[in-house]
Design a protein around this ligand. Structure first.
Ligand code: ATP
Ligand code: MG
Ligand code: FE
Length: 344
């Protein structure tokens, strides 16, 4: 079965085709980074309009890339939430319109389920159950994952998400948008420990996180008298070390708590190489393994949405040809998700 995936939840337009026998056939992505850079953040109205402009083009490109026509597609998976309402509406309406026109089923997919399952797209995927560390721009959660749609929350951030903390910290020290990857790059040139930042909630004995205090500590340091532009690399390195230390400690504690040896990392911050190195080292000590998505599939993309839809179909999710009705869910907790509902 071939599943077309459409992602438009924020500032990336993504389209992909996943074949349940052959795997990922191809995907195309357009990032709106340049569009929003002048504003220092995503402008929702501009995001929606750009999805409208790009989606038809990306659909055509993906079909050309995979040598398929729309008639070769058996189902359409699209991001129905969470995300920006206007942006979600673009992907959802295009997906449902195509579903009606072609007389094929559509599957509304939870964006975070897409992130969460994306490491299973790799050549050497983990088997259920596993612990998942979801570290994206909007979320930081630890979960016990027992199967598709079976996500038990162990803990989450009480304030900023990890990616948000990277982005805000980068902005505070004057790095260009989007800050996370730029900050990570600068951190490579710096030495952690010269400036001292807190490790929030490191010893809280739960699986929750807090990153807003860390951000404030960065601001205090960066605005102190005598702080020079050339000190920024050391501060970036210390910030990254602090965030990584807490993420690694809590992820390892979650593995211990669940009695599991497989950790899956998903979301944009999963592209951070310092985080990957520290997780791998800590996991090796406890004979555990860490699984990541391919680097290019860490941030938003259509492949993870096509794949999540395909996983649900393969697990027996009952679907019908689209009747054209749809609803987007800008706010939607992953814990509201249920396992695929098989036909009775
Ligand atoms: P959500 O999925 O929670 O709705 P999102 O879709 O905006 O949020 P993602 O696309 O998963 O989030 O990830 C984007 C985030 O990842 C940004 O905050 C970005 O700064 C961060 N990020 C990307 N690469 C890196 C990196 N190398 N180091 C640290 N952070 C990074
Ligand atoms: Mg994005
Ligand atoms: Fe995302």
């Amino acid at each position: 079965m071939r599943v077309l995936g459409i992602e438009t939840s924020c500032d990336e337009t993504g389209v992909a085709v996943y074949d349940t026998d052959k795997g990922l056939l191809g995907h195309r992505l357009h990032s709106q980074i340049d569009l929003h850079a002048a504003y220092g953040g995503v402008v929702p109205e501009l995001a929606s309009r750009d999805h409208v402009r790009r989606l038809p083009l990306l659909l055509r490109e993906t079909l050309a890339l995979t040598g398929l026509s729309m008639r070769d597609v058996d189902a359409i998976a699209y991001t129905a939430g969470p995300g920006l309402a206007g942006a979600l509406l673009v992907g959802s309406s295009v997906a449902e319109a195509l579903g009606v026109a072609l007389g094929i089923p559509t599957l509304p997919v939870h964006h975070l389920e897409g992130h969460l399952l994306s490491p299973l797209l790799s050549a050497d995927p983990p088997a259920f159950p596993f612990v998942a560390l979801l570290v994206s721009g909007g979320h930081t959660q630890l979960m016990r994952v027992s199967g598709v749609g079976d996500y038990a929350l162990l803990g989450e951030t009480v304030d900023d998400a990890a990616g948000e903390a990277f982005d805000k910290t980068a902005k505070l020290i004057g790095l260009p948008y989007p800050g996370g990857p730029v900050l990570a790059k600068l951190a490579l040139e710096g030495t952690p420990g010269r400036f001292k930042l807190p490790r929030p909630m490191l010893h809280s004995k739960d699986f929750d996180f807090s990153f807003s205090g860390l951000k404030t500590a960065v601001l205090t340091t960066a605005t102190a008298p005598g702080f020079a532009p050339e000190d920024r690399a050391d501060l970036a390195a210390e910030f990254q070390a602090a965030a990584v230390e807490v993420l690694v400690a809590k992820a390892m504690a979650a593995l211990r708590h669940c009695g599991l040896r497989q950790l899956v990392v998903a979301g944009g911050v999963g592209a951070n190489l310092a985080l990957r190195a520290a997780l791998d080292a800590a996991a090796a000590k406890r004979k555990a393994r860490v699984f990541y998505p391919e680097l290019e599939l860490c941030t938003d993309n259509g492949a993870m949405i096509a794949f999540a839809g395909a996983m649900r179909l393969m697990a027996g999710e009952q679907v019908e040809a689209s009747d054209g009705r749809f609803a987007v869910r800008p706010r939607w907790s992953l814990q509201e998700i249920t396992p695929p509902q098989a036909a009775a």
